[in-house]
Design a protein around this ligand. Structure first.
Ligand code: PLP
Length: 378
């Protein structure tokens, strides 16, 4: 693999973001196999590259979109469907999972009869006014203890207030289709899932008892990626989710999930290049041609711990790896074990960089960011 990466970088230049579509297909199939009752909506935000959407579309995935633009990225593949099939696809396979949508977005998506999440009364009023055709999924606040990225401080209704909002929603003439939650991204503490499922089940069953015909439970994202050997496997989480779901929810309940990171993180590798080398306070600083304003944006937004590997092997020392911009904030890592004798023009490579990386890359300082190369596209 290593020689191949070097060759690709020689041919295509760096920084080079290499996406392996075979890995994406494998991830999707593994998810489906382990969680057979769960319909998988790929969270486009994790990596909105159009070719990734195409690969997952061809696999039969559903999609979680955060904005009108993401919706249109998926829509590109169903545009030619006949109206009935298209309407059904949108209803069955796309969810707007952003709990807050601006009025203009709601007006634009109204004609599609979308499934949308919400978590408060003002959003309900807004949806009623601007997109009354929508089906509603109420997002609950659930524990996200220990997850790499927490969610509960910004999203989700307090469980104790959920039933009352469900009642208000039906009273307002809208239909609540179900409940959703997100246990935080890269969730390795599986108690978060069991707690969230218990919370959702209590509200779901109470709502049904009151005559509100809820159908969907959306278990969100959070499915962890094996960034290191300590991360528990999907198989273990799947056993918990499958067991708890059959205990808590009748067979007619539709279970859906919004995996983002799990589908794409291990499907991309970045090859970067050393463009400068300096000794600062006795430590080697490798300046590379990608940084936290670009493909390594996840170090900031995703609390991601980067990894660097060199093709040359010699005695390692603790080095800093920093980005190409004029900003001193653009430090990717201050403690990487790398050979001290690397030279300008040498490549580094970074594994598992497919999620929340290039999706939030900017053009800061006029740098374009990484070129994307697709492998094993069908
Ligand atoms: C509403 C929602 N669903 C799904 C996801 C994807 O989560 P993950 O990448 O942890 O699977 C996110 C991530 O931010 C999200 O906000």
């Amino acid at each position: 693999m290593k020689t191949n990466l070097q060759k690709l970088a020689d041919v295509h230049g760096t920084p080079l973001f290499i996406i392996d579509h075979d890995t994406i297909r494998k991830n999707y199939r593994l998810f489906k196999k382990q969680l057979p009752r769960v319909q998988a909506y790929f969270a486009v935000k994790a990596n909105s590259n159009q070719e990734i959407i195409k690969t997952l579309f061809d696999e039969g995935a559903s999609f979680d979109v955060a904005s009108y633009n993401e919706f249109m990225q998926v829509y590109a593949y169903i545009r030619h469907f006949d109206p009935r099939t298209k309407d059904f696809y949108i209803w069955d396979k796309i969810i707007f999972s952003n709990t807050i949508k601006d009025r203009q977005t709601l007006q634009k998506i109204k004609k599609f009869r979308p499934l949308v999440t919400y978590d408060n009364r003002d959003e309900l009023q807004k949806i009623r006014q601007h997109c009354a055709s929508a089906g509603l999924v109420l997002r609950l606040k659930v524990p996200d203890t220990g997850s790499q990225v927490e969610m509960s401080s910004k999203f989700g209704i307090e469980p104790g207030d959920a039933l009352s909002l469900i009642k208000q929603s039906f009273d307002a003439g809208l239909v609540v289709e179900g409940l959703s939650f997100h246990v935080g991204s890269q969730c390795t503490n599986f108690d978060n899932y069991t707690a969230a499922l218990e919370i959702a089940a209590a509200i779901f069953n109470d709502a049904r008892k009151l005559g509100y015909p809820l159908k969907i439970v959306d278990i969100g994202g959070g499915f962890p990626v094996a960034y290191d050997a300590d991360v528990p496997k999907l198989e273990k989480l799947a056993r918990i989710i499958n067991g708890e779901c059959s205990r808590l929810f009748p067979a007619d309940v539709e279970l859906i999930a919004e995996p983002g990171r799990f589908m794409v993180a291990n499907a991309a590798t970045l090859v970067s290049e050393i463009i400068g080398k300096a000794k600062r306070d006795g430590k080697i600083f490798y300046h590379i041609n990608d940084g936290v304003y670009h493909t390594f944006s996840g170090v900031v937004y995703d609390h991601w711990i980067p990894n660097f590997h060199s093709f040359k092997k010699s005695k390692p020392e603790i080095c800093a790896v920093v980005g190409p911009t004029c900003d001193s904030f653009d430090k990717i890592s201050l403690a990487e074990e790398l050979p001290g004798d690397l030279k300008i023009g040498d490549y580094l490579y970074t594994l598992n960089i497919g999620a929340y990386s290039i999706a939030s890359s900017t053009k800061f300082n006029g740098f374009d960011g990484a070129k994307v190369l697709h492998l094993n596209k069908m």
